[in-house]
Design a protein around this ligand. Sequence first.
Ligand code: COA
Length: 384
Amino acid sequence: MTVGIDKIAFHVPDYFVDMAELAVARGVDPNKFLIGIGQDKMAVIPKTQDIITLGANAAAKILTAADKKEIDMVLVGTETGIDYSKSAAVVIQQLLDISPFVRSYELKHACYGGTAGLQQAKEYVLNHPDRKVLVIATDISKYGLNSGGEPTQGAGAVAMLVTNNPRILELSDDNVFYSENVYDFWRPNGHDYPLVDGHLSNDIYIEGFKRVWHESNQRHQRSEKDYAALTFHLPYTKMGRKALQSIFPEISEAEQNRLMECYEESILYSRQVGNLYTGSLYLGLISLLENSTSLKAGDRIGLFSYGSGAISEFFSGRLVEGFKEQLQPAKDEAALAERQQLNVAEYEAMFAESLPEDDVETEFSDSTPYAIRKIAQGIRYYNQ
Ligand code: COA
């Protein structure tokens, strides 16, 4: 029996700011953001949308009425939760009309939460092959206006349906994981924005990748030649590139070129969106699968997941015959192309808006699916 990703989709907000314009407004050479960071556009989200809106929209793209009856677990990975106690998973379960006979909860370990969900889903389906698990990775990445992390912000969600005999990617049982207690990025209770030692996080990420990559090759008697492509957590697209290049001294030029070509295909969507935190690795996977012309059934894809704090995990999966038919490249390209561009002043205004903090009932007029229509007594009510 095989278990893995049967369906996958992403959702991003309808607004973006151009990174060259942002650089000029910040008095920075645009090439720092375009080349040095590797981002062209950054998603911007209005106050009437949140991780639930993003996650519900992503999941709505893949679920059928039959799926909703066969799902046993709804797992939401996020590091931008909206409630200390209540899980976003149960709200999404209700919004999408998924059977209430489900186990629903949130998972947290910085940008790793989606991978934690995916692995739990895999193990559950191995034991319950006729059931399905919905995994959602959803986040809003905000470091603050004029902050060092500003060019690495973004927002969005990826939803994955994990099943027996999946039609996209069969997950292998080859995970190598490594945890170390580091303060490279953290957000203590009460802080609107994370505290971050950006350069330390870059170093820990690269060291983490090299460690689990080498360990995996040793444990499983593999090398880069066993992988059709390597995909990375993408806080910004230069980050995964640096990690990939860190192993180049060990591999031939032909292998370097082959892996770099696939890397370029895996970052096409992230370049236009920015950081999805938990969803970034999986947006990269979608971008690779939808844009690659060389991948074929049976190919092994390596995935590197990183969560500050810190955990590094490397695992892989094999592409299934017909995987392309389960993807929606034209729709995804259109969704990205049809977004509305904000100028820097509009971005700053949207960024600064927030929901009322008192418990006074307030109504909103965002008619997009699953947007917040009302807030009262700390309860968010969504369009359905
Ligand atoms: N043209 C081309 N490249 C340029 C450039 C220009 N005009 N100016 C600078 N660069 C390059 C730098 O050489 C550097 O490249 P390198 O990383 O290959 O050395 C890159 O742009 C970034 O410049 P740097 O001076 O390091 O940027 P910074 O001090 O503003 O910090 C981050 C960048 C990513 C650390 C910062 O945005 C951050 O803290 N982000 C949040 C944390 C994060 O995303 N961590 C990732 C791991 S989870």
